[in-house]
Design a binder for this molecule. Structure first.
Ligand code: ZN
Length: 257
Protein backbone atom coordinates (compact mmCIF):
# COMPACT_ATOMS: atom_id res chain seq x y z
CA UNK A 1 0.00 0.00 0.00
CA UNK A 2 1.05 3.59 -0.54
CA UNK A 3 -0.34 6.98 0.31
CA UNK A 4 0.18 10.56 -0.83
CA UNK A 5 2.30 12.75 1.41
CA UNK A 6 -0.60 15.14 2.01
CA UNK A 7 -2.86 12.29 3.18
CA UNK A 8 -0.21 11.12 5.63
CA UNK A 9 0.16 14.66 6.94
CA UNK A 10 -3.59 14.83 7.37
CA UNK A 11 -3.63 11.52 9.27
CA UNK A 12 -0.94 12.74 11.70
CA UNK A 13 -2.60 16.15 12.07
CA UNK A 14 -6.06 14.79 12.77
CA UNK A 15 -4.67 12.43 15.40
CA UNK A 16 -2.35 14.91 17.14
CA UNK A 17 -4.21 18.22 16.57
CA UNK A 18 -1.15 20.51 16.53
CA UNK A 19 -3.34 23.63 16.23
CA UNK A 20 -4.26 23.19 19.91
CA UNK A 21 -0.68 23.83 21.10
CA UNK A 22 1.73 26.70 21.51
CA UNK A 23 5.03 25.09 20.60
CA UNK A 24 8.76 25.78 20.21
CA UNK A 25 8.88 24.85 16.53
CA UNK A 26 6.71 23.90 13.54
CA UNK A 27 4.66 20.73 13.90
CA UNK A 28 3.82 18.60 10.87
CA UNK A 29 5.79 18.26 7.64
CA UNK A 30 9.15 19.94 8.29
CA UNK A 31 11.00 18.76 5.17
CA UNK A 32 9.16 17.82 1.99
CA UNK A 33 10.26 14.65 0.19
CA UNK A 34 8.70 12.32 -2.37
CA UNK A 35 4.94 12.48 -2.97
CA UNK A 36 4.20 8.78 -2.58
CA UNK A 37 4.95 7.08 0.74
CA UNK A 38 5.16 3.36 1.49
CA UNK A 39 7.63 3.01 4.35
CA UNK A 40 7.71 5.05 7.55
CA UNK A 41 10.56 5.04 10.05
CA UNK A 42 10.00 6.55 13.49
CA UNK A 43 12.58 7.73 15.99
CA UNK A 44 12.99 10.19 18.84
CA UNK A 45 15.21 12.81 17.20
CA UNK A 46 15.98 13.75 13.57
CA UNK A 47 19.71 13.23 14.17
CA UNK A 48 22.14 12.33 11.40
CA UNK A 49 22.35 8.78 12.76
CA UNK A 50 18.57 8.34 12.53
CA UNK A 51 18.44 9.81 9.01
CA UNK A 52 21.24 7.47 7.87
CA UNK A 53 19.45 4.49 9.42
CA UNK A 54 16.20 5.53 7.71
CA UNK A 55 18.02 5.75 4.37
CA UNK A 56 19.38 2.23 4.92
CA UNK A 57 15.83 1.08 5.72
CA UNK A 58 14.60 2.69 2.45
CA UNK A 59 12.16 4.92 4.30
CA UNK A 60 9.99 7.38 2.39
CA UNK A 61 9.13 9.29 5.55
CA UNK A 62 10.59 9.79 9.02
CA UNK A 63 8.37 10.57 12.01
CA UNK A 64 10.05 12.11 15.08
CA UNK A 65 9.44 13.94 18.32
CA UNK A 66 12.42 16.30 17.97
CA UNK A 67 12.54 17.74 14.44
CA UNK A 68 15.12 20.03 12.88
CA UNK A 69 13.68 23.49 13.42
CA UNK A 70 13.26 25.33 16.72
CA UNK A 71 12.47 28.86 17.72
CA UNK A 72 15.67 30.77 18.40
CA UNK A 73 17.81 29.11 15.74
CA UNK A 74 19.64 31.61 13.54
CA UNK A 75 18.39 29.96 10.34
CA UNK A 76 21.71 29.18 8.68
CA UNK A 77 22.02 25.87 6.83
CA UNK A 78 25.63 25.13 7.78
CA UNK A 79 27.58 22.36 9.55
CA UNK A 80 25.44 19.64 11.14
CA UNK A 81 22.21 21.22 9.85
CA UNK A 82 23.52 21.15 6.26
CA UNK A 83 24.57 17.52 6.67
CA UNK A 84 21.18 16.40 7.99
CA UNK A 85 19.20 18.35 5.38
CA UNK A 86 21.46 17.23 2.56
CA UNK A 87 20.85 13.58 3.44
CA UNK A 88 17.07 14.07 3.59
CA UNK A 89 16.89 16.04 0.33
CA UNK A 90 19.31 13.79 -1.58
CA UNK A 91 17.15 10.77 -0.71
CA UNK A 92 13.84 12.62 -1.13
CA UNK A 93 12.71 11.63 2.39
CA UNK A 94 9.83 13.46 4.12
CA UNK A 95 10.44 14.57 7.69
CA UNK A 96 7.38 14.78 9.95
CA UNK A 97 7.93 16.18 13.45
CA UNK A 98 5.48 16.66 16.31
CA UNK A 99 6.72 18.06 19.60
CA UNK A 100 4.18 18.99 22.31
CA UNK A 101 1.22 17.38 20.47
CA UNK A 102 3.14 14.09 20.70
CA UNK A 103 3.82 14.55 24.41
CA UNK A 104 0.16 15.25 25.07
CA UNK A 105 -1.87 12.65 23.16
CA UNK A 106 -4.04 10.87 25.72
CA UNK A 107 -3.38 7.28 24.56
CA UNK A 108 -0.43 7.24 22.15
CA UNK A 109 1.67 10.20 23.29
CA UNK A 110 4.95 10.18 25.20
CA UNK A 111 3.31 10.72 28.59
CA UNK A 112 0.56 8.17 28.04
CA UNK A 113 3.05 5.59 26.77
CA UNK A 114 5.52 6.22 29.60
CA UNK A 115 2.59 5.69 31.98
CA UNK A 116 1.87 2.37 30.25
CA UNK A 117 5.52 1.27 30.53
CA UNK A 118 5.58 2.21 34.23
CA UNK A 119 2.17 0.68 34.94
CA UNK A 120 0.48 3.95 35.98
CA UNK A 121 -3.16 4.64 35.04
CA UNK A 122 -3.46 8.43 34.72
CA UNK A 123 -6.58 9.98 36.22
CA UNK A 124 -5.58 13.65 36.05
CA UNK A 125 -3.60 16.15 33.99
CA UNK A 126 -1.75 19.21 35.27
CA UNK A 127 0.63 22.01 34.31
CA UNK A 128 0.97 24.29 31.33
CA UNK A 129 -1.04 23.08 28.32
CA UNK A 130 -2.10 20.08 30.46
CA UNK A 131 1.03 18.16 29.51
CA UNK A 132 1.60 16.61 32.95
CA UNK A 133 -0.03 13.29 33.88
CA UNK A 134 -0.83 12.03 37.40
CA UNK A 135 -2.01 8.69 38.75
CA UNK A 136 -2.73 6.90 42.00
CA UNK A 137 0.09 4.64 43.21
CA UNK A 138 1.09 2.44 46.14
CA UNK A 139 4.80 2.49 46.94
CA UNK A 140 6.49 2.35 50.35
CA UNK A 141 8.62 5.42 49.61
CA UNK A 142 10.31 7.41 46.83
CA UNK A 143 13.29 5.01 46.73
CA UNK A 144 11.05 2.14 45.68
CA UNK A 145 9.54 4.35 42.95
CA UNK A 146 13.05 5.18 41.69
CA UNK A 147 13.99 1.47 41.65
CA UNK A 148 10.81 0.65 39.74
CA UNK A 149 11.46 3.38 37.12
CA UNK A 150 15.11 2.33 36.73
CA UNK A 151 14.11 -1.27 36.16
CA UNK A 152 11.27 -0.45 33.74
CA UNK A 153 13.46 1.87 31.64
CA UNK A 154 16.63 -0.21 31.91
CA UNK A 155 18.90 2.60 33.09
CA UNK A 156 20.06 4.35 36.22
CA UNK A 157 18.01 7.32 37.36
CA UNK A 158 18.74 10.39 39.49
CA UNK A 159 16.62 10.54 42.64
CA UNK A 160 16.39 13.52 44.92
CA UNK A 161 14.74 12.17 48.00
CA UNK A 162 13.19 14.61 50.46
CA UNK A 163 15.15 12.72 53.11
CA UNK A 164 18.54 13.66 51.63
CA UNK A 165 18.86 16.64 53.96
CA UNK A 166 17.41 16.13 57.40
CA UNK A 167 13.96 15.00 56.26
CA UNK A 168 14.08 11.32 57.15
CA UNK A 169 10.38 11.04 57.93
CA UNK A 170 9.43 12.60 54.59
CA UNK A 171 11.66 10.14 52.74
CA UNK A 172 9.98 7.17 54.40
CA UNK A 173 6.53 8.51 53.65
CA UNK A 174 4.45 6.23 51.41
CA UNK A 175 3.83 7.33 47.83
CA UNK A 176 0.13 7.51 47.03
CA UNK A 177 0.28 9.76 43.94
CA UNK A 178 2.81 9.88 41.15
CA UNK A 179 3.10 12.63 38.55
CA UNK A 180 5.19 12.61 35.41
CA UNK A 181 6.01 14.62 32.30
CA UNK A 182 8.53 13.31 29.75
CA UNK A 183 11.69 14.98 28.47
CA UNK A 184 13.00 18.29 29.74
CA UNK A 185 10.00 18.99 31.97
CA UNK A 186 11.82 19.80 35.22
CA UNK A 187 9.98 23.15 35.11
CA UNK A 188 6.74 21.24 35.76
CA UNK A 189 7.89 20.17 39.24
CA UNK A 190 6.08 22.97 41.07
CA UNK A 191 2.79 22.31 39.30
CA UNK A 192 3.20 18.60 40.09
CA UNK A 193 3.64 19.52 43.77
CA UNK A 194 0.56 21.75 43.58
CA UNK A 195 -1.37 18.86 41.98
CA UNK A 196 -0.72 16.74 45.06
CA UNK A 197 2.06 14.42 43.84
CA UNK A 198 4.30 12.56 46.31
CA UNK A 199 6.93 12.12 43.59
CA UNK A 200 7.54 13.64 40.15
CA UNK A 201 9.21 11.77 37.28
CA UNK A 202 10.69 13.53 34.25
CA UNK A 203 13.70 13.27 31.94
CA UNK A 204 16.09 15.88 33.25
CA UNK A 205 16.96 17.74 36.43
CA UNK A 206 18.32 21.25 36.92
CA UNK A 207 19.84 22.71 40.06
CA UNK A 208 16.71 24.27 41.63
CA UNK A 209 14.67 21.04 41.69
CA UNK A 210 16.99 19.38 44.22
CA UNK A 211 16.26 22.13 46.75
CA UNK A 212 12.54 22.10 45.99
CA UNK A 213 12.39 18.34 46.57
CA UNK A 214 14.12 18.65 49.94
CA UNK A 215 12.04 21.63 51.02
CA UNK A 216 8.62 20.41 49.91
CA UNK A 217 8.94 16.73 50.80
CA UNK A 218 8.12 15.65 47.25
CA UNK A 219 10.59 13.31 45.54
CA UNK A 220 12.14 14.13 42.15
CA UNK A 221 13.27 11.49 39.66
CA UNK A 222 15.20 12.31 36.47
CA UNK A 223 15.07 9.20 34.31
CA UNK A 224 16.57 10.52 31.05
CA UNK A 225 15.19 12.82 28.36
CA UNK A 226 15.57 10.20 25.65
CA UNK A 227 14.60 7.28 27.89
CA UNK A 228 11.30 8.90 28.84
CA UNK A 229 10.49 10.01 25.28
CA UNK A 230 11.14 6.88 23.25
CA UNK A 231 7.63 5.42 23.41
CA UNK A 232 5.35 8.05 21.84
CA UNK A 233 6.80 8.28 18.33
CA UNK A 234 6.63 4.51 17.61
CA UNK A 235 3.12 4.30 19.11
CA UNK A 236 1.77 7.12 16.93
CA UNK A 237 3.66 6.09 13.79
CA UNK A 238 2.58 2.44 14.14
CA UNK A 239 -1.02 3.51 14.64
CA UNK A 240 -1.09 5.82 11.61
CA UNK A 241 0.88 3.38 9.42
CA UNK A 242 -1.62 0.69 10.30
CA UNK A 243 -4.53 3.02 9.51
CA UNK A 244 -3.00 3.91 6.12
CA UNK A 245 -1.68 0.44 5.22
CA UNK A 246 1.99 1.47 5.34
CA UNK A 247 4.99 -0.36 6.72
CA UNK A 248 6.55 1.06 9.87
CA UNK A 249 9.73 0.51 11.82
CA UNK A 250 11.02 2.27 14.96
CA UNK A 251 14.75 2.88 14.99
CA UNK A 252 16.34 3.38 18.39
CA UNK A 253 19.41 5.64 18.43
CA UNK A 254 20.81 5.30 21.94
CA UNK A 255 21.30 8.51 23.89
CA UNK A 256 22.71 8.70 27.42
CA UNK A 257 20.93 12.01 28.12
ZN1 ZN B 1 12.00 16.20 24.26
Amino acid sequence: MSIHRSQLLQAFDSLLQPERFKDYGPNGLQVEGKAVIRRVVSGVTASRALIEAAIAAQADAIFVHHGLFWRGQDGRITGWMKQRLQLLLAHDINLFAYHLPLDAHAELGNNAQLGRVLGFAADARFGEQDLGFAAPAAFDNVETVADHVAQALGRTVTLVSPGDVGGGAAARRPVRRVAWCTGGAQGYFESAIAAGADVFITGEISEPQAHLARETGVGFIAAGHHATERYGAPAVAAHVADQCGLSHQFIEIDNPA
